[in-house]
Design a protein around this ligand. Sequence first.
Ligand SMILES: *Cc1c(COP(=O)(O)O)cnc(C)c1O
Length: 467
Amino acid sequence: MRGHVRYISTRGGAPPVTFEDVLLAGLASDGGLYVPSEWPRFTADQIAGFASLSYAQVAARVLGAFAGDALTAAACEELCRSAYATFDHPAATPLVQLDANRWMLELFHGPTLAFKDVAMQLLARLYDLILSRRGETLTIVAATSGDTGGAAVEAFRGSRHVRLVILFPDGRISDVQRRFMTTPTDDNIACLSVAGDFDDCQAIVKGLFRDDPFREAVRLSGVNSINWARIAAQSVYYFTAAAALGAPQRPMRFVTPTGNFGDAFAGHVAAQMGLPVEQIVVATNSNDILARAFQTGQYARGAAVATQSPAMDIQIASNFERLVFEAGGRDAASTAAVFEQFARTGAVDLSPAARSYMVARFRGEAVSEAQTTAAIVEVWRSCGRLIDPHTAVGVAAARRLPDAGAPIITLSTASPAKFPETAPAEASPWASRHPRADALAGLPERMTQIPADADLVKAFIREFAQA
Ligand SMILES: *Cc1c(COP(=O)(O)O)cnc(C)c1O
């Protein structure tokens, strides 16, 4: 599967690039997102063989398929071994059984207790390898709904090649999420507490990428899930979980708690690469733009509301653009038209053909606050496990599926210790504690308050990049 893998923009206005360039660029210069020009594929025998490999070994094979000539097989193995050695579980992403046919895939055993570590630990090592090869430094700017920021700070702190600036929505993330970002003291890290919501933060970051002189001046790069390497890294656990439960002979259903559609799209990627996936259920909280899109065929922005699952309080799901591109037969001109209209009017109707492509694999389910709380209580009572509110959105959506047929794997995206305020009174107080979260409480925090204003953010970053 080696050779020259190329990446193209969903809007067709940027030239095809290599894996190295796609990693370092983040967003394409035409505002589109990169996807591979064709899907690498695994055979059924290769997928069956994943069941007897370690997580890091499967990750190395998936990474190798996307990196092509950019990395040797030995380099892939070493990067993945070292990335997943930071996890506090030997399986990296263990499966937990809920009942006869339902499972949870725990993705939160990395250093900052949420699934963002899975990709970010690998990404930081890829950046350092490629930047030291090239003798370059750059500035990564990322918007976070809570967990990307902490995972990025932990992964890039102390890097000699990367300066990192995080934008988070002021007051809309949990205390533990904030402390993972604001307590490290490394001077290559800066955190901006933005007076706005996540969509404001994301819009500012996207705007930075469209400003060519600024982009050049600070050598801008991005690690939001618009970065292809993150999606690639997240497709790995779909393979390992499915193989452990009998894929490819048995197809699987996945339920993915969703905000920016990155994790859910990673499941689509695994399927495009040959994994038999019967269905991917896109589970949202009351910020239900995606659930509505699959149910009605209209992708229409609503007002963002704050919920107990803040990492999914998102109304503009960036990675949906990648699915629209696929669903439209990879027609870049029509993808560009769809997202230009969406940017102008906040609503767009999917074509009947695109919608039928989507619903052949995806189903949308929106979960209310009360249903989220009920799922936390229900799993505590039936299994003695405390789950976090994002996972609970997935578990509540999974309950709506008929029990017959393929196993149902719900992605468990954060440790309950990141959201102790949502634990029911009846749960053991120890269930919402984690030594790594406890260790941050009371440490001094560093952050800069800033209005949701692109020019002020630019000025801050220019100065930081020169320091
Ligand atoms: C980021 C995040 C999500 C949503 O993931 P997307 O890739 O944005 O869909 C869900 N749960 C948690 C805990 C997260 O941090």
